[in-house]
Design a protein around this ligand. Structure first.
Ligand code: BGC
Length: 388
């Protein structure tokens, strides 16, 4: 039976992007040496056009990141023109009454900082604090929600363990330093933002995976799933718990744990273009877990690579149905941000994966809305969806 599911009043409906993946022309950061995103989507120049899309799609919020290497291309030298640029971006959102969710660090570091070890060097804490202070002073009045970091676990894991991201150095000690410095950096940034704006909403966008034992009765699988949950999801959150005003998280992965190798065994009934399992129910269990922190919750990323737009509509509907169930059961969810507004540079995988509500033609840079974008737009407009 069909049911109309109404979302709470004032719910934020949006989409997310990051600077390096979309802006283009970023030359002064560690990733540009490793894998150059070139002109990417040229969001740097096309942001007005993209914000027209947001309006057309009835989105009332937008998450993007500020590129640190543009703001501070040399240590201690801040570029006024680039600060001006982000001011214009924020003003454009304000003029359109679209709430801004601003990420201060989404994985790319200025070269001068990367060259001295990036986050594994403890000087990064004060450098990040100084950069945050500049942003707060110059742009703070235009920011609605702050995200200090995007998914710290991914650059840590991919950079220092799996080694498909820079700095590609397998080193557990550096990984630990990286995480500890990030935690300290976050706490300082939180205090800096709150010193100027006591009512500010500051958080982190954590990547929260849903780990479950493949066999609910198997103690070993239960234990492994618990350990993974603890180290991947819980530890960081627990560390910053007193320094966040809301819980922000990104949901992409469900991992069924089996004892014998290869340890993961998802049913993979539906997978995205890059082989990631589509498992909407997982977001419900994550929300139930996060509710224990007793803070408002924002889903800051959720999406899939789907060039043909075969699954995106169902993907959005099914995730939102599970989110709604959690809300009905009392979980305080305040917003949903789809990843992503447009196709973009998918890090080590390049431009092939297509995560966008809008398709990007990388030759002409033209944007074309996929059918699922209109479906999502209807939900944003009605603040409700039909489930069943
Ligand atoms: C990241 C994005 C990335 C997306 C899809 C998230 O982990 O924040 O930068 O594009 O997942 O992989």
């Amino acid at each position: 039976m069909e049911k109309i599911l109404k979302f709470p009043q004032g719910f934020l409906w949006g989409s997310s992007i990051s600077a390096y993946q979309t802006e283009g022309g970023i030359k002064n950061c560690d990733w540009s040496n490793f894998k150059d995103a070139g002109i990417a989507c040229d969001f740097y120049h096309k942001y007005e056009e993209d914000f027209d899309l947001l309006e057309k799609l009835n989105q009332n919020a937008f998450r993007f990141s500020i590129e640190w290497s543009r703001i501070e291309p040399e240590e201690g030298k801040f570029d006024k023109n680039e600060i001006e640029h982000y001011k214009k971006v924020l003003l454009s959102l304000k003029k359109r009454k679209i709430k801004s969710v601003v990420t201060l660090w989404h994985w790319t570091l200025p070269l001068w900082l990367a060259n001295i070890g990036g986050w594994s060097n403890k000087k990064s804490i004060d450098f990040f604090a100084r950069y945050t202070k500049i942003i707060v002073e110059e742009l703070g009045d235009l920011v609605d929600i702050w995200v200090t970091f995007a998914e710290p676990i991914i650059p840590l894991f991919n950079g220092y363990i799996k080694c498909n991201f820079i700095p590609q150095k397998r080193n557990i000690f550096k990984a630990i330093k990286f995480l500890n410095n990030l935690i300290k950096g976050h706490k300082k940034a939180y205090q800096i933002i709150h010193a100027k704006y006591s009512e500010a909403q500051v958080g982190v966008a954590g990547l929260i995976n849903f780990f479950e034992p493949a066999r609910k009765w198997c103690p070993l699988e239960i234990f492994i799933a618990f350990l993974l949950h603890y180290f991947w999801n819980h530890r960081f959150l627990k560390n910053v718990e007193k320094f966040i005003d809301y819980i922000g998280f990104d949901y992409y992965f469900h991992d069924r744990i089996v004892f014998y190798p290869p340890f993961l065994k998802n049913s993979n009934k539906k997978i995205s273009d890059i082989g990631w399992e589509i498992y909407p129910e997982g977001i419900y269990w994550i929300l139930k877990y996060l509710a224990k922190f007793r803070k408002p919750i924002y889903i800051l990323e959720n999406g899939l690579a789907d060039a043909q737009d075969k699954f995106r509509k169902d993907f959005i509907r099914d995730h939102l149905c599970w989110i709604h169930l959690a809300i009905e059961e009392g979980v305080d969810v305040r917003g949903y941000f789809h990843w992503s507004l447009m196709d973009n540079f998918e890090w080590d995988k390049g431009f092939e994966p297509r995560f966008g509500l809008a398709e990007v033609d990388y030759k002409t840079l033209e944007r074309k809305l996929r059918p699922s974008a209109f479906y999502y737009a209807q939900i944003c407009k009605e603040n409700s969806l039909i489930c069943g």
